[in-house]
Design a protein around this ligand. Structure first.
Ligand SMILES: *Cc1c(COP(=O)(O)O)cnc(C)c1O
Length: 421
């Protein structure tokens, strides 16, 4: 490889798109301009091309997987921009570029799980900081915050972030983060990102949005003033239920913050393996078409559930009956494919009967894959919360959560109707 290639490979540099001139390729080649065009391209184009420029060494159209822990130095103090894979790897950098581009951020860092992404973000805080967190947050996030409370002296207040007066009242001089999941899990409650950003702006708190449920195709928190976006890429970004991964993204114009999250990922040793990064990059290519298909199916399923006499209520922001349907339309570019519903008969026997009668919905944790999944939050995803915390968050024993896949909608609707009948 030429020095030309090596010099341009600056780790963590989101501008690493097409500064590289592959051997035998004219710099004027049309595709060499993709890098500069990507920020203004459509989401579908970004999904396919961000971070996926042809390989500078051989021109392979698909990205090479750099399965190496270490990189050779060409001289003392001189290498190709990478020295050790925990700190940086060309395959991971491609994924980081892709996710940062899709979110419209200044840089991303990819981690070995969504929880390690949560950890990277929380480790930006100093001892004794205060965090405001959505009351029905992801169970693992709740557990990590409680751990940080005990071990790192973090102060945490859980509250309904839709109640803006309560948010203002809960602020303390040491509040350094507002942690939002919108829509939330498993009740699909929304938080107003623009309003929360306005509150955060008047303080020294970062607004952190876990955007796992919608992906950047359906919601771009930086457009509303968020400082950081967190993802479990295990879910929609990868989309095929064969990788565990995460990402933290710094907002536009926040290069210093982008460097801090990358440095924290390196410090904690939480960075994602090159092979897993390659798989997520592969999954990302179909993100936009998958999200559209997921959403169309979820709407069909939500309507069918709302019409069924065994169902007490359906939580789906795409239904006009959802209390925040208008906010969903204003803030999101779609309603997503996560929903939950409450059975009229919440007894364990009735819940079990429905769960085990389903044929196309697999009883399993996780979400966001092409296949439909069903979960019982009280005993599965939210089992790590105390019964009191669950009750406080409104997670009842008769609540069932669906991750609606991209099978044929008629099959999914028929499956649910039959199980409920
Ligand atoms: C799954 C999930 C996480 C944790 O991600 P892992 O990849 O399982 O570690 C965090 N937040 C949300 C909203 C999730 O759904």
């Amino acid at each position: 490889m030429s020095d030309n290639h090596l010099d341009s490979n600056v780790p963590g540099n989101p501008a690493y798109h097409f500064t590289v001139v592959p051997p035998g390729t004219e710099p004027a080649a049309g595709w060499a301009r993709r890098g500069e065009l990507l920020a203004g391209a459509g989401t579908g184009t970004q999904c396919i091309h961000a971070g996926s420029q042809p390989d500078p060494a051989y021109g392979s159209v698909m990205p090479p997987v750099y399965l190496t822990s270490t990189f050779a130095f060409s001289d003392i103090g001189s290498n190709g921009g990478f020295d050790y894979t925990r700190s940086g790897n060309p395959t991971r950098e491609r994924l980081e570029t892709a996710i940062a581009t899709l979110e419209g951020g200044s840089g991303a860092t990819c981690t070995g799980s969504g929880m390690s992404a949560v950890l990277v973000a929380l480790n930006l805080l100093e001892h004794g900081s205060h965090v405001l967190c959505t009351v029905d947050c992801y169970g693992g996030t709740f557990r990590t915050l409680e751990h940080a409370r005990n071990v790192y002296g973090l102060e945490v207040t859980y509250l309904d972030l839709a109640d803006l007066d309560a948010v203002r009242a809960a602020l303390r001089p040491n509040t350094r983060m507002i942690w939002v999941e919108t829509p939330s899990n498993p009740l699909l409650r929304l938080s107003d990102l623009g309003a929360l950003a306005a509150i955060a702006r008047g303080t020294s708190a970062l607004l952190v949005v876990d955007n796992t449920f919608l992906s950047p195709v359906l919601q771009r928190p930086f457009d509303f003033g968020a400082d950081l976006v967190v993802h479990s890429t295990t879910k929609y970004l990868n989309g095929h239920s064969d990788v565990v991964g995460g990402a933290v993204v710094a907002g536009p114009g926040r290069e210093a913050l982008a460097q801090r999250i990358a440095a924290m990922n390196n410090l904690l040793g939480t960075s994602q393996s090159p092979h897993d990064c390659y798989l997520v990059l592969r999954g990302l290519k179909t993100l936009r078409v998958r999200m559209r298909a997921h959403e169309a199916n979820a709407l069909a399923v939500a309507r069918a559930l709302a019409d069924h006499p065994a169902v007490a209520s359906v939580n789906y922001p795409g239904l006009p009956t959802h209390p925040q349907h208008a906010l969903a339309k204003a803030q999101q570019k779609g309603f997503g494919a996560m929903l939950s519903f409450e059975l009229k008969d919440a007894s364990p026997a009735a819940v079990n009967r429905v769960l085990l009668a389903l044929r196309w919905f697999t009883l399993a944790e996780s979400l966001g894959g092409v296949e439909s999944l069903v979960a019982h939050p009280a005993t599965m995803t939210h089992a790590s919360m105390t019964p009191a915390a669950r009750a406080n968050a409104g997670i009842g024993d008769g609540l069932i959560r669906l991750s609606v896949g991209i099978e044929d909608p008629e099959d999914l609707v028929e499956d649910l109707r039959r199980a409920l009948d």
